[in-house]
Design a protein around this ligand. Structure first.
Ligand SMILES: Cc1cc2nc3c(=O)[nH]c(=O)nc-3n(C[C@H](O)[C@H](O)[C@H](O)COP(=O)(O)OP(=O)(O)OC[C@H]3O[C@@H](n4cnc5c(N)ncnc54)[C@H](O)[C@@H]3O)c2cc1C
Length: 469
């Protein structure tokens, strides 16, 4: 059986950055169930109901991970604004601020070295503070961040360059290889095709796409979990004319705004703004979700962002992800296997959008052509619908026009939380030499956070390997 010093499961940002740190120092293999970055193409013609063209879905799986074909927004905290550390995961609960900032700088340097753009948003503090004042006066929390935008057209090139660096430095990258079992006692992984590989150190970075498998594995081997997923974020993707958001998005690419809603006092946030971008769909077997992306060069006349309510489940029902999957399934069903799009006017009036109503919506036409005009309120609970309307009306005070009748809403837009594995400050699980990083382990929620956890795990392995040699 072939043996490596380090096996990494998953070639997302977590896995790639762990590999980056280990490259040339130890023997490393990365296994990913998806395709190589240049083979990851999403069929542009998604006109058929329910895209099943790529298995696994090229948007979510493959070298570069879930972010591989994404917008590539790289979010970095600004120390003067402590809330900025809460974006992209709660890493401060695991490591101290100084170390975290150092690792983020390292991530940024690697991205820059491999082609990320020089431009940084969120650094014009006069304008940032002016927007902060405006948002706070309207009772809205605004989280300033430094952001780089790579663009979905450029990100694959950046990933390709990182991948080349890894290969040039001896890292083996195996694609279309699904890991079905990890036996921590024997220190062996098993692939779907039956092949087995041995390791000294293991890093699990399977992302959200691998979280269902990870949950089963954790139960099977009794791996310590620090928190079961108690939360879920459910909402819509909002699409508006870019002109109403240009002023803010030219300063802060992806403004993070947080609202407590009028009727239910629920926490609703904006997320993943895609200025002059596209709304897209992602397929997850028996349901689809919507998302967004924007390119560095090509632009549309629309801007979209996610608007997500945060819901907690305690007892007796403790399966928020199941609830979310049910909502996604019913919404997808109502859309005939597609996402639903609805004008805000129709949602307010309690009626479905139709093709004619959407066609008449002159200010903004959907960029996701395969979304079916329908009624989101037939799929989502009333409380979620109230929250969406209340949050848009609150946001209208800082982004005038966002709650206009013409605003388009797409569903299902749902962000699932993974269970959180118990890891120490080095990302090591309850099993010595087995590390868990990134979104799948519940320790990050974004490209930079996942990459940071990869670096931290790799540094720990290098320290241990040095001691034992
Ligand atoms: C459309 C889209 C847009 C996004 N845009 C942004 C953005 O602009 N900015 C941002 O910060 N974040 C964004 N995100 C989120 C970001 O992509 C993730 O937070 C990040 O990729 C998580 O990194 P990860 O390494 O933990 O996992 P992932 O990137 O999910 O990578 C995990 C990898 O593991 C592989 N895998 C899973 N299970 C197995 C298995 N059993 N065997 C082998 N391989 C397996 C998968 O194929 C995948 O490649 C976006 C996500 C999506 C889907």
């Amino acid at each position: 059986m072939k043996k490596f010093d380090v096996i990494i499961v998953g070639a997302g940002p977590g896995g790639l950055f762990a590999g980056y740190k280990l490259a040339g120092k130890l023997s490393v293999a990365i296994f990913d169930m998806g395709r190589d970055i240049d083979k990851r193409k999403c069929p542009s013609d998604l006109s058929q109901s329910f895209c099943q063209k790529c298995k696994p879905c090229n948007i979510t799986y493959g070298v570069g991970g879930a972010g591989g074909l994404s917008d590539g927004k790289l979010n970095y905290p600004i120390p003067e604004f402590p809330s900025s550390f809460t974006v992209g995961g709660d890493l401060l609960g695991l490591v101290d601020t100084e170390y975290l900032l150092k690792k983020m700088e390292e991530v940024d340097e690697i991205f820059l070295k491999h082609g990320a753009p020089d431009e940084v948003y969120g650094t014009d503090m006069e304008k940032v503070n002016e927007f902060l004042r405006k948002a706070n006066s309207a009772g809205i929390e605004f989280v300033p961040l430094k952001q780089r935008h790579v663009g979905s057209d450029e990100l694959p090139k950046v990933i390709k360059s990182i991948e080349k660096y890894l290969k040039d430095n001896g890292v083996k990258i195996y694609t279309r290889k699904t890991v079905v079992d990890i036996n921590p006692k024997e220190k062996v992984i098993t692939l779907k095709n039956g092949e087995k590989y041995a390791y000294d150190y293991l890093i699990i970075g399977v992302g959200r796409g691998g979280s269902e498998w990870l949950e089963k594995w954790v139960k099977q081997y009794n791996i310590a979990v620090s928190e079961k997923a108690k939360f879920i974020d459910v909402g819509v993707r909002v699409e508006v004319p870019a002109s109403i958001m240009d002023e803010i998005t030219s300063v802060i690419y992806d403004p993070k705004l947080r609202v407590l809603t009028k009727r239910h006092d629920d926490y609703v946030r904006t997320f993943c703004t895609c200025p002059r971008g596209w709304v897209i769909r992602e397929d997850y077997g028996d349901f689809c979700l919507v998302n967004g992306h924007s390119k560095a060069k090509e632009k549309t006349n629309n801007t979209n962002f996610a608007l997500l309510g945060h819901y907690e489940f305690t007892e007796p029902f403790e399966e928020p992800n199941e609830w979310g999957r049910d909502l996604a399934r019913i919404t997808t069903k109502l859309g005939g296997g597609n996402p639903i799009v609805q004008r805000l006017r129709d949602l307010r009036l309690g009626r479905r959008s139709t093709e004619r109503r959407i066609a008449n919506n002159r200010l903004v036409q959907p960029t996701l052509k395969t979304a079916i005009p329908g009624d989101i309120s037939l799929a989502y609970p009333g409380r979620v619908i109230d929250d969406i309307i209340d949050a848009l009306e609150a946001l209208d005070k800082v982004i005038p026009g966002v709650a206009d009748d013409s605003t388009l809403l797409y569903a299902p837009e749902i962000k699932f939380y993974s269970l959180r594995l118990k890891v120490n400050s080095e990302m090591e699980t309850s099993i010595p030499n087995v590390y868990a990083i990134g979104d799948g382990a519940g320790v990050s929620r974004g490209i930079v956070g996942a990459a940071v956890t990869g670096l931290i795990a790799a540094e720990s392995i290098l320290r241990k390997a040095k001691k034992s040699s």
